[in-house]
Write a protein that binds this ligand. Structure first.
Ligand SMILES: NC(=O)C1=CN([C@@H]2O[C@H](COP(=O)(O)OP(=O)(O)OC[C@H]3O[C@@H](n4cnc5c(N)ncnc54)[C@H](OP(=O)(O)O)[C@@H]3O)[C@@H](O)[C@H]2O)C=CC1
Ligand SMILES: CC(=O)[C@@H](O)[C@H](O)COP(=O)(O)O
Ligand SMILES: [Mn+2]
Length: 393
């Protein structure tokens, strides 16, 4: 039996992962499930898959989790130390699907044990890519990409020499506001931006799709994970989200990965890797689809893409600042204190402010370094939001 743990089990990726695991219960021994606020779901899933332990990130919710697990024999725990302890529990395969930089430390910890880390948490690579990959190498651990575009690239690279890659193209749906006139975007609300045209995902990544911060993160994720020069990484708007990525080789061949917009494909690929197994995803009917469209993303509509290019060029700790500032700007948007188009301004101003205060040119050497820079960037972004509010008419 494969010993598996799911971090972020109550979220969109976590639920899709558990769907695959629950379809084949005799194949898996579930070690740990983690969540945060949704302890009812966490406890129900822990019972369903007979997990050893359920952990909520929210210490105050431990009594609720204990009550929900009463009589099951399943351990309950809470808080950040408990998340790390869960990552220390022996497992062959661990899904990293906590949202935000909060997912970095548990995933990083799990690598110590030489496990296979299925990485949905893109923030880990944006924030600390080189450190994470080095930690995996040090301990003989494997990181498998789960983000749909990166899983697609990974699959298009099987049997190929990375040196023969001329370009990588990751596709973008254009997000929930793609049909809005650009002049109206400034007034978009979280509700407007929170409906994705193709994918059913968590609220934060759905809004990041609308602003293209999701694609901006994915450009950086591509650079970090595949070690490809930024100028070889492109994005193209593809409204159907059926081609997830393409890899272009030096002979002009372009290998595309197609599939329905269902994350159980990328999760299942990582779960069964290096084998392929039957997965319960729809099969594409190309004659029915008939048309696949593509167009270049507009620079003025999606400033996040330009910022990501600057971050990739600058390297060092800029990705960490970029992600932290983006998380704070998104919090502000959700709270109504930052406009939709102002999120990119907050991120750009935070990068400017941090560059003048401290040298970001060196890659962080330890997890503590990363967490310190992340903390500083969050404070800086928060201050910039306050200053912008004070200046607003
Ligand atoms: N959804 C998708 O299809 C895709 C997602 N990703 C990436 O995967 C990750 C997860 O995304 P998604 O599943 O959509 O997100 P969701 O918001 O649906 O789920 C997030 C999960 O993280 C938990 N969580 C939230 N905050 C914390 C915290 N501070 N500490 C510990 N756990 C926490 C949540 O718990 P609770 O709900 O109990 O509060 C939940 O289990 C993100 O990094 C995202 O960018 C990548 C590609 C596709
Ligand atoms: C499913 C997945 O991988 C998401 O990251 C997806 O890419 C979001 O869609 P867009 O960012 O293309 O709108
Ligand atoms: Mn993606």
């Amino acid at each position: 039996m494969k010993r598996v743990s799911v971090f972020g089990a109550t979220g969109s990726i976590g639920q899709n992962t558990l769907d695959l695991i629950a379809r084949n219960p005799e194949a898996y021994d579930v070690v740990a499930l983690t969540g945060a606020r949704n302890v009812a779901q966490l406890a129900a899933d822990a019972r369903k898959v007979n997990a050893q332990i359920a952990v909520t990130a929210e210490e105050a919710l431990l009594p609720d989790l204990r009550a929900a697990l009463e009589g099951s024999g399943i351990e309950a725990a809470a808080g950040s130390a408990a998340l790390l302890e869960a990552a220390d529990r022996p497992a062959d395969w661990i899904m990293s699907a906590i949202v935000g930089a909060a997912g970095l430390a548990p995933g990083f910890r799990a690598l110590r044990h030489g496990t296979t880390l299925a990485l949905a948490n893109k923030e880990s690579l944006v924030t600390a890519g080189p450190l994470l990959l080095a930690e995996a190498k040090r301990h003989g651990a494997t990181i498998l990409p789960v983000d749909s575009e990166h899983s697609a690239v990974f699959q298009a690279l099987v049997g190929e020499d990375i040196a023969a890659v001329e370009r990588i193209i990751i596709t973008a749906s254009g997000g929930g506001l793609r049909d809005w006139p650009e002049s109206a975007l400034a007034s978009a609300t979280p509700e407007d931006a929170g409906a994705h045209p193709n994918w059913d995902m968590g609220h934060r990544i759905t809004i990041d799709s609308a602003s293209m911060f999701n694609k901006a993160m994915e450009l950086i994720e591509t650079k970090e994970f595949f070690g490809i020069a930024p100028e070889k990484i492109e994005t193209v708007v593809h409204p159907q989200s059926l081609i997830h990525a393409l890899v272009g080789y030096c002979d002009g061949a372009l290998m595309a990965h197609l599939g329905p917009p269902d994350m159980r494909h990328a999760i299942g690929y990582a779960l069964h890797y290096p084998d392929r197994a039957h997965l319960p995803v729809a099969r594409l009917d190309l004659a029915q689809i008939a048309t696949l469209e593509f167009h270049a993303p507009s620079d003025s509509r999606y400033p996040a893409l330009r910022i990501a290019r600057e971050v990739m060029a600058a390297g060092g700790a800029h990705g960490c600042v970029f992600n932290a500032a983006k998380e704070i700007a998104l919090d502000g948007f959700l709270a109504g204190s930052v406009g939709f188009m102002d999120m990119s301004a907050v991120v750009a101003e935070t990068l400017d402010a941090m560059s003048s205060r401290a040298s970001l040119s060196n890659a962080p050497q330890t997890l503590e370094d990363v967490l310190n820079i992340d903390h500083m960037a969050r404070e800086t972004a928060q201050r910039i939001i306050e200053q912008r509010k004070a200046k607003a008419p």
